[in-house]
Design a protein around this ligand. Structure first.
Ligand code: ADP
Ligand code: TYD
Length: 207
């Protein structure tokens, strides 16, 4: 049984998830919680190696089916090596993306493979977050933020605006599927205003 709390951030590329995940982890740490920040794809040594296969290179490099397998392999390693030990030690784990990204990117936007994603998740992962923040915003704005970074990890951003629109719709539908844990957050506001809202929801959850 997990003793800690598992919190995830989801949303389209450039929505501000990574910034908000980092700010929440820092806020929890300075307010006396044993919190750690991690990310997907990645978050363990093996999963970071798989990440490079996924985020670099040609947009058509992998089929959606192969992507599901690679993301799930990375997630399983992340779960075994990082998330589960931390939760067992009673920590708060804040993850920049988790299984909802596979549900939306591979299950809905890139292909209609949600059944496959769900089956593989049940067999290989079987864990859901306690709390999920879906950072919602206009894809045009988010894309200009994301590409401005020029990180060399733009394989998914390179799929274009239509793809990001589908992702946004997919994340909003997901929030309705999992209303108990999902909070949709308006990401088009000042970074500190968003962080304060997220900190409030988290502290209410931890009470
Ligand atoms: P994501 O992880 O969703 O791709 P990031 O947190 O990396 O998003 O943010 C993408 C870019 O947008 C970064 O340059 C970041 O500094 C900037 N940014 C994040 N949140 C905001 C915000 N609320 N307003 C303006 N710029 C933001
Ligand atoms: P990330 O580093 O979070 O990118 P960004 O900061 O630009 O949002 O994730 C890398 C890419 O991998 C991102 O475009 C989303 C995609 N992704 C999936 O397609 N499926 C998944 O299961 C995960 C975790 C990420």
């Amino acid at each position: 049984m997990a003793l800690g709390t598992f919190i995830t951030f989801e949303g389209i590329d450039g929505s501000g998830k990574s910034s908000q995940a980092r700010l929440l982890a820092e806020h929890l740490q300075v307010t006396g919680h044993d919190a750690m920040l991690t990310r997907e794809p990645g978050g363990s040594e093996g999963a970071e190696e798989i990440r490079r296969l996924l985020v670099e290179g040609d947009p058509d490099r992998w089929s959606a089916e192969t992507e599901i397998l690679l993301f799930t392999a990375a997630r399983r390693d992340h779960l075994e090596k990082t998330i589960e030990p931390a939760l067992a030690a009673g920590k708060i784990v804040v993850s920049d993306r988790f299984a909802d990204s596979t549900r939306v990117y591979q299950g809905a936007a890139r292909a209609a493979l949600r059944d496959v994603v769900d089956q593989l998740h049940d067999r290989m992962i079987g864990v859901e977050p306690d709390l999920t923040f879906i950072i919602d915003m206009d894809p045009t704005k988010a894309l200009s933020r994301g590409l401005a970074r020029q990180s060399g990890e733009d394989r998914f951003e390179d799929l274009g605006l239509g793809f990001q629109e589908k992702l946004r719709t997919g994340f909003l539908a997901l929030a309705q599927d999992f209303p108990n844990r999902c909070h949709v957050i308006d990401g088009a506001r000042d970074i500190s205003v968003i962080a304060a809202q997220i900190a409030k929801i988290t502290s209410d959850h931890l009470k």
